[in-house]
Design a binder for this molecule. Structure first.
Ligand code: 3HC
Length: 319
């Protein structure tokens, strides 16, 4: 979502709806982007990884998108193509830019394909073990990379850094779903992340990708999920107890508080498995009962009702 002059006006009005007003993201000249010749390795081709890859490509960055499950490579490609088409339909990209963005993304199912990348962004499943192993491997494959970032919403960044020989260049870059639409990236420093890494990551998120950043310490949930997840869990408890219907809970927050979507629809968008993983990490860290997953959430995840991505969560979705 590099901000072009024609988009800047609309984005400013979106951003000033919040309590804190930040300047609109920098407008990047296409020539400047071209001279950067940056290459990003994105690992994980799910909702977040494909969104991050798409945003990078739309901002002139060459991307290698690694999806370790070969069956999912095609799915990641199709999701990005669909999203690019949507951007063309809504006038955010012209046909030429769309083609150029699509061509900047190379797809692979071997991690070694990221070799030589300037930056790596991990966006695989929220499994601590899987992420730790991946960071060990990335550290070996990318000894010269500027930084290794995780898009995790639940694993402490320090645990990932500790798997590497260079924990000073490991940090969190936490994007929000849908990545091409939402302007925020949380920049998360562990106690070992260096100032130089932070500076480079801010520069990348703000000046290369045109995102707005906020900083967070390495605490479960970072800033946004620490506030958002207990709210979503409360909505599930409210629905589970029969206090109100799911439609009324969602309508209440959309029409009464001007949220873009209600909490149960948002839980479906995030993915109920992700919501469960984040709530577990919040509870483990803070022991606050507000972060305990309600039984209904556990049962839905066990049943494979994961929200939009599985076609059914609190609501049903066309596949
Ligand atoms: N990919 C790309 N673009 C998308 C998109 C997607 N998945 N979904 C919507 N868009 C674009 C549309 O093209 C449209 O663009 P346009 O205005 O230029 O035409 C714009 O977004 C609005 O889309 P729609 O008109 O189809 O629908 P809505 O107006 O209802 O917006 C929404 C949909 C953008 C999802 C909006 O409801 C929203 O912002 N909801 C809140 C999402 C949110 O809170 N996300 C954060 C989740 S927390 C998280 O990600 C952290 C994790 O760690 C848990």
């Amino acid at each position: 979502m590099c901000i072009r002059p024609s988009e800047a006006e609309g984005r400013a009005s979106f951003e000033t709806r919040g309590a804190t007003r930040r300047p609109a993201p920098t407008v990047i000249a296409r020539e400047a982007l071209a001279s950067r010749a940056m290459r990003v390795g994105v690992v994980g081709g799910g909702l977040m990884g494909s969104g991050i890859a798409e945003v990078c490509a739309r901002c002139g960055v060459d991307v290698t998108l690694v999806e370790l499950d070969p069956d999912r490579v095609e799915r990641a490609n199709a999701a990005i193509e669909r999203s690019l088409d949507r951007a063309v339909r809504s006038g955010k990209l012209d046909a030429e830019e769309r083609t150029a963005a699509a061509e900047r993304i190379a797809y692979a199912s071997e991690l070694e394909a990221v070799e030589g990348a300037d930056v790596a962004i991990e966006a695989i499943i929220e499994s601590e073990d899987a992420k730790r192993e991946l960071f060990r491997e990335l550290d070996a494959i990318l000894p010269e990379a500027e930084f290794l970032a995780s898009n995790t919403s639940s694993v402490p960044i320090m645990k990932l850094g500790a798997e590497t020989r260079h924990p000073q260049r490991v940090l969190g870059l936490h994007f929000f779903n849908p990545v091409p639409v939402l302007p925020l990236v949380e920049v998360v420093r562990s106690i070992m992340t260096s100032e130089d890494t932070l500076r480079r990551a801010h520069d990348f998120a703000e000046n290369t990708l045109g995102k707005t950043t906020i900083d967070s310490q390495d605490r479960a949930g970072f800033v946004v999920n620490a506030l958002l997840i207990p709210y979503l869990l409360s909505a599930i408890r409210m629905y589970e107890s029969g206090f109100a219907s799911k439609e009324d809970i969602d309508d209440g927050m959309v029409k009464g508080c001007a949220h873009p979507m209600g909490p149960l629809a948002l839980a479906d968008l995030i993915g109920l498995d992700t919501l469960l993983a984040v709530s577990a990490s919040l509870y483990e860290e803070f022991r606050d009962p507000a972060s305990v997953a309600p039984p209904l959430l556990n049962r839905m995840v066990e049943a494979g009702l994961l929200g939009r991505k599985s076609g059914r969560g609190f609501y049903e979705y066309a596949k």
